[in-house]
Ligand binder design. Structure first.
Ligand code: ZN
Ligand code: ZN
Length: 352
């Protein structure tokens, strides 16, 4: 089958023939219809994460936001059948450890990260293996398009999980989103659906236009000399209740913490770059004084998927609306490279 293979960090992915996925007794093989192209892929491609013991291997297939049709089923799988349409989450749980059995499968002690580690090759490929399918497969309701579900990806489910279950956004809250790429736009859309008043921040006018279309009530154009927290204070009359750093740079992280009101919650979603290497200094005395929370967020427990799919079916959430571009497998190397200069349009999705 054809796949896009990471050979060397930062070098164009090699689109070539690779062996078919190996079916494990607890897994299924999925024929990929669509797979989101995400900034996490870019980080992986650049070789980031070595500072957190989280660097992807080389000679490896990236891609962690697929949806498609099940074409082979392991002998121990009970709840998934050939022909089922599924989304494959990137945060794969084992279903049996204390984290999984307590409803936190996204922090599984024995988890595999699809498209990031050798035990779970990714989905920039015609087919992909989904381990522990009874626990991890997200079966799609009729009529939900694979392209839309690929846009759910890690971004939308991370945004939903952290805003709904982590920061617990309620109607009327001010929510600031710093960085309006894929996960930022997803956060804008989800926060809007939860009834929040949303302030989108970015350096790019196009990104801010897309954020407004996704539900932002106000925008702040960041850049030289702009005091982003002060702008947000003025719009929200004392600062945001919840603020997300959806980019992962020192400046966006600090701005996100600094724009909060008392007892506000900062959510770190973006992963850092070579410049920060996972470390950002923060005003901890002020955070203590004002009882500001700092939440990390990554993925969503499989046991919560039904909630998200319900909102999709009801039309309350529309991840497909965030798709800016569909690309073929041979274009994926270029689209990853385009992320280096932030030259992407909303959520970009590989389709077969
Ligand atoms: Zn587990
Ligand atoms: Zn992703």
């Amino acid at each position: 089958m054809q796949a896009a293979v990471l050979r060397e960090y930062g070098e164009p992915l090699d689109v070539t023939d690779v062996p078919e996925p190996e079916l494990e007794p607890h897994g299924v093989v999925v024929d990929v219809e669509a797979c989101g192209v995400c900034r996490s892929d870019w980080h992986a491609w650049m070789g980031h994460g070595e500072w957190a013991d989280d660097q992807v291997p080389t000679d490896f297939v990236l891609g962690h936001e697929p949806a498609g049709t099940v074409v082979a089923v392991g002998e121990r799988v009970r709840s998934v059948s050939e022909g089922d349409r599924v989304a494959v989450p990137f945060n794969l749980g084992c279903g049996a450890c204390p984290e999984c059995t307590n409803g936190h499968g996204n922090t599984c002690l024995d988890g595999r990260a699809l498209g990031f580690e050798r035990a779970a090759p990714g989905a920039f490929a015609e087919r992909v293996h989904l381990p522990y399918a009874d626990y991890n497969a997200m079966r799609l309701p009729d009529g939900v398009a694979a392209r839309d579900v690929a846009a759910l990806g890690c971004r939308f489910m991370t945004a939903y999980h952290t805003l709904e279950h982590g920061a617990v956004v309620v109607a009327g809250d001010w929510v600031a989103v710093h960085g309006c790429g894929g996960v930022g736009l997803s956060a804008v859309h989800v926060a809007d659906a939860l009834g929040a008043r949303v302030i989108a921040v970015d350096v790019d006018d196009g990104a801010l236009d897309r954020a407004s279309a996704a539900g932002a009530d106000a925008t702040v154009r960041a850049g030289d000399g702009v005091d982003v927290p002060a702008e947000i204070d003025a719009i929200s009359d004392r600062g945001a209740h919840v603020s997300l750093d959806a980019l992962g740079r020192a400046e966006t992280c600090r701005n996100s913490v600094a724009c909060l009101r008392e007892r506000g919650t900062h959510v770190q979603v973006g992963l850092t770059t070579d410049a920060e290497r996972g470390e950002v200094s923060l005003p901890t005395d002020a955070m203590t004084r004002w009882e500001v929370d700092f939440l990390g967020s990554r993925g969503m427990p499989p046991t919560r998927y039904d909630e998200l799919l319900g909102l999709l079916e009801a039309g309350d959430l529309d991840p497909g609306a965030l798709v800016g571009r569909e690309v073929g497998l041979t274009e994926v190397p270029d689209r990853l490279a385009a992320m280096t200069t932030y030259d992407t349009e909303g959520v970009e999705v590989l389709t077969f």
